[in-house]
Design a protein. Structure first.
Length: 385
């Protein structure tokens, strides 16, 4: 190449190596163009011929996620919400109806109400604790999909997912579960008969509050093909750097979640016995609502739960939140750092507005020392009281 002028040499040197030294993680392979070995390979669809299909980093991540989810196939999306909306678009068509839990993540509801309806898909919301039998009674001839989220957003109701999945399957209705809370680790939806397991990797898999991504996993070949086709048709893609960070997060997911669990159980037990706290909505907690379902189906507890604050003084909620020091005020969850939000402003969109004796506060319990977290809640409850 030494005879090339600068303009050519600078383009044709410094290219990808034919072989790479082995590192522990995959290479962060960046590419829109894939260079093909010969003319016949240009139109051979058995190999990726374009970067949007995902290169080495994506393949390593989907392989690890498939192992986590007990899936045959995992599709990656640019956010958790994109995974939920993408999976729905992959299986629904005009004239279908979808049944969605009333405790669904609010942006998922926004998509159903604004977009699915506009494209001719019927949307109906069912109370989060509806039994499999009652849910089947809500299914009509057009019902194509049931969307579960368990525990539900903010109010933490559990669904009998195995019973709902089995009943739906016998009627030819698909099931999808938003499994972000269990992170694919403490509940395996596909093992329990759910057709599509979706998670916001943004939360526990990323684990550091700095990357957005979502996954949709399935063990069903036809659904895998439908998800792949939706990715192709809509043009969704994720960056290799982000895929690398998600893979790195997976390495420590079990270790981090064990600590989230221990911390959250300690914090929830302490809150449950505090005189300024009403109900504690944390299924893993002995005596909490839906504890039996959690104990039957889940193998561990994530660090996200809600509790009811004393409702006698309406202004106490803001005083409490503003007094917190270790708990940041912010949406999202699953990162190493503890967060708090108040939930009531989000209940207006629900079909059945939940009623508690006071304002509902949601905590994402992070990886700090549990004694420090309890001390922070204690001082905030005291100064706000
Ligand atoms: C955050 C969240 C999502 C969406 O994830 P993004 O990556 O933020 O789009 C979906 N479902 C649940 C339950 C969530 O908490």
């Amino acid at each position: 190449m030494s005879s090339l002028k600068d303009a050519s040499a600078l383009l044709h040197t410094g290219q990808a190596p034919d072989t790479l030294l082995r590192t522990v993680g995959p290479p962060i392979q960046k590419g829109s163009t894939v260079l093909l070995p010969n003319a016949a390979a240009l139109y051979d669809d058995r190999q990726p011929t374009y970067g949007r299909a995902g290169l080495a980093t994506h393949q390593a991540l989907t392989e690890a996620l498939a192992a986590l989810e007990h899936a045959n196939s995992v599709a990656l999306f640019p956010s958790g919400l994109a995974a939920l909306t993408g999976a729905m678009l992959a299986v629904l068509k005009a004239g279908d109806e979808v049944l969605v839990t009333d405790a669904v993540y609010r942006p998922t509801r926004r998509f159903c109400d604004r977009v699915l309806r506009r494209y001719g898909v019927g949307v109906a919301y069912y109370p989060p604790r509806t039994s499999a039998e009652d849910l089947m009674a809500l299914c009509g001839p057009a019902t194509r999909l049931i969307v579960m989220e368990s525990p539900g957003s903010l109010t933490m109701e559990m669904s009998d997912a195995p019973a709902i999945a089995a009943a739906a399957r016998s009627r030819g209705v698909l099931t999808l579960m938003d499994n972000t809370w269990a992170a694919g680790l403490y509940f395996k939806p596909l093992d329990h008969g759910v057709d599509i397991s979706v998670q916001a990797l943004t939360k526990y898999v990323g684990g550091h509050s700095d990357v957005l991504m979502g996954s949709a996993a399935t063990a069903n070949a036809a659904l895998a093909a439908a998800l792949d086709q939706a990715i192709l048709d809509f043009g969704w893609a994720v960056a290799p750097e982000d895929a690398y960070l998600m893979l790195r997060g997976l390495r420590t997911l079990p270790t981090r979640l064990a600590r989230h669990q221990a911390n959250a159980l300690a914090v929830a037990a302490w809150l449950a016995s505090h005189p300024a706290v009403g109900e504690t909505l944390y299924p893993p907690l002995e005596g909490a609502p839906d504890h039996d379902l959690w104990e039957r189906d889940f193998t561990g507890a994530a660090g996200l739960f809600s509790f009811v604050l004393d409702g006698s003084d309406a202004a106490r909620k803001d005083r409490f939140l503003d007094a917190l020091r270790l708990f940041g005020l912010g949406f999202s969850w699953g990162g190493f750092e503890s967060l708090a939000v108040d939930c009531d402003p989000q209940f207006g969109v629900r079909k059945t507005r939940p009623h508690y004796a006071g304002p509902l506060i949601r905590l994402s319990v992070g990886l700090e020392d549990p004694g420090d977290l309890i001390a922070d809640l204690d001082q905030a409850l005291t100064v706000s009281g």
